[in-house]
Ligand binder design. Structure first.
Ligand SMILES: Nc1ncnc2c1ncn2[C@@H]1O[C@H](COP(=O)(O)OP(=O)(O)OP(=O)(O)O)[C@@H](O)[C@H]1O
Ligand SMILES: [Mg+2]
Length: 985
C-alpha cells in the first residue's frame, strides 16, 4: 500500500471512530444548557453530556474539565515541552495564525514550543482572545515517583497533574513580558441605574476600573444627562480595553457610546446580575470576608482597614456594585488578591468641575486630542505633539494631565515658570534624560514585587534604579538655585528619603551571587534562621573532620578519605586491604578500594542532608521575605516614581514648547471680569514647521474690548474648521502650561471648551443628525458660562435649510445675548450674517479667497479678515477637485434653482410664523425678558445680588438675566431690533 493510501485509511478510521464523539460541540450550550443567543447564555461554560465523559481518555477528561469551565478562552495546554491547543482552539490557531494542524490524537491540535509561549499568547491576546494557560504540576519523574510510592490509589489520575495557571486577557495583563505598551491599559466595570419609566431623570453611574499592571484602582460615580456626556467623557479619557457589565444592565445609549468609542477588539464580559455582578452589600461582604486589605481586628468596623478612597464611597450603591463586578471578574482570573491587597485606590472624577478645564468626550474627539479622526491612531494628535516624556510612568501621567488641563492662573503660572526655567537653564533636562530615559517601568515592577511575581534579576534592577534615582535627584537639586521658580525645587524636595531603605537591601544579601545565580545568600545577621542553620552546617563540618580523625586513629592508617558519589556523600574510602568493624556498611567497592558508612557517620550524613534541605528552603523563602520587606515601604517607592513622572512631564512641556518653532510665546493669563482671548499670529500646532511652512497664521481676538463671538463665513476648504480647532488647541496648550505657537497669547482661564463640529460622525451612533445637533447645542446653551469657549462648526447642516437656519440663528442669538461666552461660529448660511450685522457681540469675519469666475478657480488665502463671504464656492472647489465640467455646470444650475426655491420658502415660512419678516424666536425671548424685567424690578436672586456687588466696584452698568447679563449697549441693540420688528408688523 502506498504511503498516501495508508494515510487516507488512517484518517477514515479516525473519522469513523470519532463521528459523534464531539457532537455536543456542534450545538453549543452553556453548563446550564442555555443555547448561544439565549439571554442567559454564559459563554464561559460549556455543556458536556455525561455520555461523553465515559468515552474520554484520562487526558481528554483532564482537558475538558478545564476547557468546560473556560470555554471563552483559548486554552494553552502544557504537554511536555509544548503548549498544545485542541479542537476549536486548534482551528483558531490554524486559521488565524497559520499554525500547523494535526489530528493524530482524538482531537484536532496545534502546538507551540514552551519557550515561545509569551510570543504566541501575546499574538492571541492582541487579536482579542483570552488565553488560559494550563501547566504541568509535576514532572514525568514526579508522576513515576507518585505511582511508585503507592500514592496512586485507584482514584489518583494516571496522567500528569495539570492545573490552570492563569487567564490572560488584553485588559488585565500583569506580566512585563506580555505588556507591549507603556500606556495604561484598563479593565472597567460599569453599573448603570435607570429608574423604569423615568427616562427623563438623570442616570446614575457607578464605575470601577483597574490598570492591572500597576494595580491602580479608580472609582467614579456621577449622575448623567440624556446624552451621557460625563460617561462619554470618561470613556474617551480612559479607553478601556476590556469592559465588565451586567447582562441587560446597560441602556441602549450607553452601549452605543461604548461601541462607538472603543475598538472592535475590546473584550466585553457580560456577568449575571447579583450572582456575578454583585450588589453593593455583597461586595462589601466579599471584601471583608476575603480580608483583601488586611485582617479585621475583632470588634472593629469591617471597613476600618479599607483604603481611604474606598471608604469614601462605601455607601454609594452604584460604585460598590461596579467594584463587585470588577472583583468577581478579577477573581475568575485569579488576580483579585494580588491586585486588591496593594490598596492602591483612587476616586476619579471625569470632569473636575472646580479645578480644571473641562474637555468632554466630544471635544476630546473633535479636537483630535488622543486619537485622530482619520484612522483612529495617535498620529497628528495633540497627545503625540506634546507628550515627549522619556519614562513610561511619565507618559502615563502626561496623558492624565492632558485629560485635565488646569484652570487656576496661579497653578498654570507655576507650571509655565518651571517650563521657562527648564528652557533657560542648560544641564537639568540633559541630566534628567540621560539618567531617567533608561529607567525600567518602576511603577509596574513595584506592584509585581508586591504580588511576589517579580524575577530576582528585575528586583536587583529596581534597587539599582532607585539608587540612581536618589543620586540623580541630588544632582538635579543643585540646579535649582539658578531657577526663578520654586516649582521644580519643591517637587524635588518631596522625594522621600530612600537611602535607608536602599542601604538595608544593599547590606542584606550578596548581590553578585544573586545576579549570577539567582540565589539569595543573606549576609550574617539578616536572617536568623539562615544563620542558625549555617551554624549547624559548620558544626557538622567539624564533626565530619573529627570523625575522620577518629577512624584513622582506630584503624591506624592515614590513607582514608571522604568520597562523594552522587547522592552517597561522605563515604569513607580506603584500600581493600584494611579490615573494618562489622557494624560498618559497605556501600560500594572496586578491585582496589572499598567505601563504607559507619553507623555514626550515617547519622551525621542524614543531619547534613536535612540541614542542606533547610538551607534551600530558607533561600527560596528569602526572596518572598525580601519582597515583603520592600513592599512595607511601597508608598515611598511610589511617591518617588510619581516625582520622577512629574519632572518628566514638566520637561516634556518644556521640550514641546521649544519644538513649536517660531514664533511661539508664553501665554499670559489675566483675571479680568470679562473673558478675553487674544491670539495673534496663531498657527495650528499639529502642522509641523518645515513640512507645511506655508501655513498662514491668523489672529483670533475674542472678548475683552472686542465682540465675544465671531461669525465666520468663507469658501469650502477655506480654512474655517482649521481656525476653529487651532484656537481651542491653543487654549488647551496654554492651560496645560505649554507655550503656544503664536506671536502673542493673552487670555482669561477657561472653564470648559464646547465643540460641535460637522454633521457626519454620529450617523454611526444611530441617531439622526438633527437630534444630535439639537441635544448637543441645548447642552451647550444650558451649561456654558461666561468663562466657556464654544466652537460651532456649521451648526444646522444636519437638517433642512430652514430648520438649520432657525437653529443656527437662535443658538447664536442665545450665545450672544444671554450666555456671554466666547466663541467661533462657522456657517454656510450667508444670510445669517444679516441678522447679526449690528450685534456688537458678534463680529462678522470670513476666510479670504480670490475667485476667478471664468476659470472657476478659487485661490485660498487662509486669512481671517473682516466682513462676510457671501458664497461658499462649492462648485469652484468641486471643479478644482477634478469633477468634470459638465457635471459641475449642471450642479450649478440645480443649486441656483434650489437656492431660489429655498429662499422663497424661507421667506414664506417666516411670514407665516409671525406675519412679519423680522421677528425671530430670539427676539420674542428678548421681548419676554425685557417685559419681565420691567414688570419685576427686584426679583434678583442671591447669586445675582452677589454678582452685582462685585460688579459695582468696576462701575460696570449691566442688566441681569438670571445669572447672565446684558450690557447697556446690548440692551439698546435688543430694543432697537424689537422696535424695528414691531414697526413692520
Ligand atoms: N491657515 C492655513 N494655512 C494653510 N493651509 C490651511 C490653513 N487653514 C487650512 N488650510 C488647509 O485647507 C484645508 C481645508 O481647511 P478646512 O477644512 O479648515 O476648511 P473649511 O473652510 O472648514 O472647509 P469646509 O467648508 O469644506 O468645511 C486644510 O486641510 C488645510 O490643508
Ligand atoms: Mg469645515
Amino acid at each position: 500500500m502506498l504511503k498516501d493510501d495508508k494515510k487516507k485509511e488512517r484518517v477514515a478510521k479516525f473519522e469513523e471512530k470519532n463521528s459523534g464523539r464531539y457532537s455536543w460541540l456542534l450545538d453549543i450550550r452553556d453548563a446550564d444548557m442555555n443555547p448561544i443567543g439565549s439571554p442567559d447564555y454564559d459563554p464561559r461554560t460549556l455543556y458536556i453530556p455525561k455520555s461523553a465523559w465515559t468515552t474520554f481518555t484520562e487526558f481528554e477528561r483532564q482537558f475538558w474539565e478545564i476547557k468546560g469551565q473556560h470555554f471563552d478562552s483559548v486554552v494553552f495546554f502544557k504537554k511536555g515541552k509544548f503548549y498544545e491547543l485542541y479542537e476549536n482552539d486548534a482551528d483558531i490557531g490554524h486559521q488565524k495564525f497559520d499554525l500547523k494542524l494535526t489530528d493524530r490524537t482524538n482531537m484536532r491540535m496545534v502546538g507551540v514550543p514552551e519557550s515561545s509561549f509569551e510570543y504566541w499568547a501575546a499574538q492571541f491576546i492582541a487579536k482579542g482572545y483570552k488565553v488560559a494557560r494550563v501547566d504541568q504540576m509535576e514532572t514525568a519523574l514526579g508522576k513515576a515517583m507518585r505511582e511508585r510510592d503507592g500514592a496512586a490509589t485507584k482514584s489518583a489520575p494516571k496522567v500528569i497533574r495539570r492545573e490552570l495557571h492563569s487567564i490572560l486577557t488584553a485588559g488585565t495583563l500583569t506580566d512585563s513580558g506580555l505588556l507591549t505598551n507603556d500606556m495604561a491599559t484598563y479593565c472597567m466595570a460599569i453599573k448603570e441605574i435607570n429608574r423604569p419609566g423615568a427616562e427623563h431623570l438623570p442616570t446614575q453611574f457607578g464605575i470601577a476600573f483597574v490598570d492591572t499592571s500597576t494595580a491602580e484602582f479608580n472609582l467614579a460615580s456621577f449622575y448623567d444627562d440624556m446624552d451621557r456626556t460625563k460617561f462619554e467623557t470618561l470613556i474617551t479619557q480612559i479607553k478601556p480595553k476590556e469592559v465588565v457589565v451586567e447582562k441587560g444592565g446597560l441602556s441602549v445609549r450607553s452601549t452605543r457610546i461604548l461601541k462607538n468609542s472603543l475598538g472592535a477588539n475590546t473584550i466585553w464580559n457580560h456577568l449575571q446580575p447579583e450572582a456575578q455582578f454583585w450588589n453593593a452589600l455583597d461586595t462589601a461582604d466579599e471584601l471583608r470576608i476575603k480580608e483583601y486589605f488586611g485582617a479585621n481586628e475583632a470588634g472593629s468596623l469591617a471597613s476600618d482597614c479599607w483604603p481611604a478612597a474606598l471608604q469614601s464611597v462605601k455607601d454609594n450603591m452604584a460604585v460598590m456594585s461596579a467594584l463587585g463586578g470588577l472583583v468577581w471578574y478579577l477573581r475568575s482570573l485569579k488576580l483579585d488578591t494580588e491586585l486588591l491587597s496593594f490598596k492602591n485606590f483612587h476616586v476619579y472624577d471625569p470632569v473636575r468641575q472646580a479645578s480644571t478645564l473641562i474637555l468632554d468626550g466630544q471635544t476630546l474627539s473633535n479636537l483630535e486630542v488622543f486619537q485622530n479622526n482619520g484612522d483612529g491612531s495617535e498620529t497628528g494628535t495633540v497627545l503625540r505633539l506634546l507628550n515627549r516624556c522619556v519614562t513610561p510612568f511619565g507618559k502615563r501621567l502626561f496623558r492624565r494631565w492632558l485629560c485635565h488641563p488646569l484652570r487656576s492662573s496661579s497653578a498654570i503660572g507655576a507650571r509655565l515658570d518651571a517650563v521657562e526655567d527648564l528652557m533657560r537653564v542648560p544641564g537639568f533636562m540633559e541630566l534628567f534624560e540621560e539618567k531617567c530615559a533608561r529607567f525600567p517601568d518602576l511603577e509596574r515592577i513595584v506592584s509585581r514585587i508586591h504580588a511576589g511575581s517579580c524575577k530576582i534579576s528585575e528586583f536587583l534592577v529596581v534597587l539599582s534604579t532607585f539608587r540612581t534615582l536618589v543620586d540623580t535627584s541630588r544632582r538635579l537639586s543643585s540646579y535649582t538655585d539658578q531657577f526663578k521658580s520654586k516649582k521644580l525645587a519643591s517637587v524635588l524636595d518631596e522625594l522621600p528619603d530612600l537611602t535607608e531603605h536602599l542601604n538595608y537591601f544593599a547590606e542584606a544579601f550578596d548581590h553578585k551571587v544573586a545576579q549570577a545565580e539567582g540565589d539569595i545568600i543573606p549576609h550574617p545577621g539578616f536572617a536568623e534562621d539562615y544563620d542558625a542553620n549555617n551554624e549547624v552546617l559548620n558544626n557538622l563540618d567539624s564533626q565530619f573532620a573529627q570523625l575522620l580523625d577518629k577512624v584513622k586513629r582506630e584503624l591506624k592508617t592515614t590513607k582514608i578519605v571522604y568520597k562523594d558519589l552522587g547522592k552517597e556523600i561522605y563515604q569513607l574510602e580506603m584500600s581493600n586491604k584494611i579490615t573494618v568493624p562489622k557494624s560498618w556498611k559497605k556501600t560500594s567497592s572496586t578491585s582496589s578500594i572499598s567505601r563504607y558508612y559507619t553507623p555514626e557517620l550515617m547519622a551525621l550524613v542524614t543531619k547534613l542532608q536535612e540541614a542542606r534541605e533547610t538551607k534551600n528552603a530558607i533561600m527560596k523563602e528569602l526572596q518572598g521575605r525580601l519582597y515583603a520587606k520592600f513592599d512595607e515601604n511601597y508608598k515611598d517607592w511610589l511617591k518617588a516614581v510619581k516625582i520622577i513622572a512629574e519632572l518628566d512631564c514638566l520637561c516634556s512641556l518644556s521640550k514641546s514648547s521649544s519644538a513649536l518653532g517660531s514664533p511661539s510665546c508664553r501665554p499670559e493669563f489675566v483675571d479680568n471680569e470679562r473673558s478675553v482671548l487674544e491670539l495673534e499670529g496663531l498657527r495650528h500646532p499639529c502642522v509641523i514647521p518645515g513640512i507645511a511652512s506655508d501655513f498662514i497664521p491668523n489672529d483670533t481676538l475674542l472678548g475683552g474690548d472686542t465682540s465675544n463671538l465671531i461669525l465666520l463665513t468663507g469658501p469650502n476648504m477655506g480654512g474655517k474648521s482649521t481656525l476653529l480647532r487651532q484656537t481651542c488647541v491653543a487654549i488647551i496648550m496654554a492651560q496645560l502650561g505649554c507655550y503656544v505657537p503664536a506671536e502673542k497669547c493673552r487670555l482669561t482661564p477657561f472653564d470648559r471648551i464646547f465643540t460641535r463640529i460637522g454633521a457626519n460622525d454620529n450617523i454611526l451612533a444611530g441617531q439622526s443628525t438633527f437630534m444630535v445637533e439639537l441635544s448637543e447645542t441645548s447642552k451647550i446653551l444650558s451649561e456654558a458660562t461666561e468663562r466657556s469657549m464654544v466652537i460651532l462648526d456649521e451648526l444646522g447642516r444636519g437638517t433642512s435649510t430652514f430648520d438649520g437656519y432657525a437653529i443656527a440663528y437662535s443658538v447664536l442669538h442665545e450665545l450672544s445675548t444671554r450666555i456671554g461666552c466666547l466663541g467661533l461660529f462657522s456657517t454656510h448660511y450667508g444670510t445669517l450674517t444679516n441678522e447679526f450685522e449690528r450685534d456688537p457681540n458678534v463680529a462678522l469675519k470670513h476666510m479670504a479667497c480670490q475667485v476667478d469666475q471664468a476659470n472657476r478657480e478659487v485661490t485660498f488665502l487662509y486669512k481671517l479678515v473682516d466682513g462676510v463671504c457671501e458664497k461658499s464656492y462649492g462648485m469652484n472647489v468641486a471643479h478644482m477637485a477634478g469633477v468634470p465640467r459638465e457635471i459641475v455646470d449642471r450642479a450649478e444650475e440645480m443649486a441656483q434653482e434650489f437656492e431660489l426655491k429655498q429662499e422663497t420658502k424661507r421667506e414664506e415660512e417666516l411670514r407665516l410664523t409671525r406675519g412679519a419678516k423680522n421677528v425671530g424666536l430670539g427676539m420674542v425671548m428678548d421681548l419676554a425678558y425685557l417685559l419681565g424685567r420691567v414688570g419685576r424690578p427686584d426679583t434678583a436672586t442671591a447669586e445675582d445680588t452677589e454678582m452685582e456687588d462685585n460688579a459695582e466696584g468696576n462701575g460696570d452698568s449691566t442688566t441681569r438675566v438670571g445669572a447672565r447679563c446684558l450690557t447697556k449697549e446690548q440692551e439698546t441693540h435688543v430694543f432697537q431690533r424689537i422696535f424695528k420688528a414691531m414697526a413692520s408688523l
